[in-house]
Design a protein around this ligand. Structure first.
Ligand SMILES: Cc1cc2nc3c(=O)[nH]c(=O)nc-3n(C[C@H](O)[C@H](O)[C@H](O)COP(=O)(O)O)c2cc1C
Length: 322
């Protein structure tokens, strides 16, 4: 299947594995790339820029196909050394980057100056347009369904994807709520050139997280997520557990602040949950698409199935409607 995205990234299939904190390591990224999609390492999962260099080398030893790196830029009182992570990506010869978060201009300029293609992930048409003006090569647009940060506009993919497709000229990737061939065909029909998946790739054999977390995703249905940090205007969608419910409860008191929930939401606790398989140890990031995830295939099985089903829908079901 050829789209403007497969041409841009030099991959066989228009399927991206989005950056995922603690999950986007070489095991998963290389498996996705080996299966013909675009695997993505998550820069900030590595404790230092030098660790990222080593992780990129490790990924390269596991695949000879293209893979990318995600750089998530979050406002922080003590930000990580973004410029050094960025330099590690450039020095390692990675040719495609997924940026996400606030004010990416400086990073986009640097990547572009070094011949790195940039996919900027965002959650609003106006942000997509501003990233296009910044010179990024593609936009990944995350609908309200998505795991992680859906923004504050609450626009689901069914509206957000075509609204973005109407406005931007560079290739558009649809993100949030995708898990199967139906989703891929729908995304293409809505004007996207491919799909980006997070939660679906967590429930694969190669995802470097505990089996109990994968089972948690499989057992959950589409209703089992919580939106946390709403009152702080930093909304995040996570799989529903005792921790997410407690965060929602505390913040439902309008006077509560981040300090009141900080002890519950530390990244280290989320990491502990993923690695030890203790679903109550911290936040477990997952989207509404849990309701469409019923098994734990390899990445090759998953991508093969998505492509097979997408082709069948296009050539059989849709063709027969005419
Ligand atoms: C466990 C997990 C961690 C994530 N961490 C990040 C991250 O660090 N940076 C980022 O840009 N997106 C992150 N995301 C969002 C994904 O890259 C992707 O945009 C999102 O999962 C798409 O929605 P879906 O889960 O419905 O497929 C994360 C998602 C999950 C499930």
């Amino acid at each position: 299947m050829r789209t403007r995205f497969t041409e841009l990234a030099g991959v066989e299939y228009p399927i991206i594995q989005g950056g995922m904190m603690w999950v986007g390591r070489a095991e998963l990224a290389s498996a996705v790339s080996n299966a013909g999609g675009l695997g993505i390492l998550t820069a900030l999962t590595q404790p230092t820029p030098d660790d990222l260099r080593r992780e990129i080398d490790r990924c390269r030893s596991m695949t000879d196909k293209p893979f990318g790196v995600n750089l998530t830029i979050l406002p922080s009182v003590s930000p990580p050394p973004y410029a050094e992570y960025r330099q590690a990506i450039v020095d390692s010869g990675v040719k495609i980057v997924e940026t996400a978060g606030f004010k990416p201009q400086e990073h986009v300029d640097h990547f572009k100056a070094h011949g790195v293609k940039v996919i900027h992930k965002c959650t609003a048409v106006r942000h997509a347009l501003s990233a296009e003006r910044m010179g990024v090569d593609a936009i990944s647009i995350d609908g309200f369904e998505c795991a992680g940060h859906p923004g504050e506009d609450d626009i689901p993919g069914l509206v957000l994807i075509p609204a973005a497709a109407d406005k931007i000229r560079i290739p558009l990737i649809a993100s949030g709520g995708f898990a199967d061939g139906r989703g891929l065909v729908a995304a293409l029909a809505l004007g996207a050139e491919g799909i980006n998946m997070g939660t679906r790739f967590c429930a694969t054999v190669e995802a470097p997280i505990h089996r109990r977390i994968k089972d948690f995703i499989v057992q959950n249905d589409e209703r089992q997520t919580d939106l946390i940090f709403r009152s702080l205007r930093n909304t995040a969608r996570v799989g529903r557990n005792g921790v997410s419910q407690e965060v929602v409860r505390i913040l439902s008191d309008g006077a509560a602040s981040f300090a009141d929930v900080q002890h519950l939401v530390r990244g280290a606790q989320g990491r502990e949950a993923l690695e030890a398989g203790d679903v109550e140890a911290g936040l477990v990031w997952a989207g509404q698409v849990q309701g469409l995830i019923h098994d734990i295939p390899t990445c090759a099985e998953l991508i093969g199935r998505i492509m097979h089903d997408a082709r069948a829908i296009i050539t059989d079901r849709l063709a027969h409607c005419l």
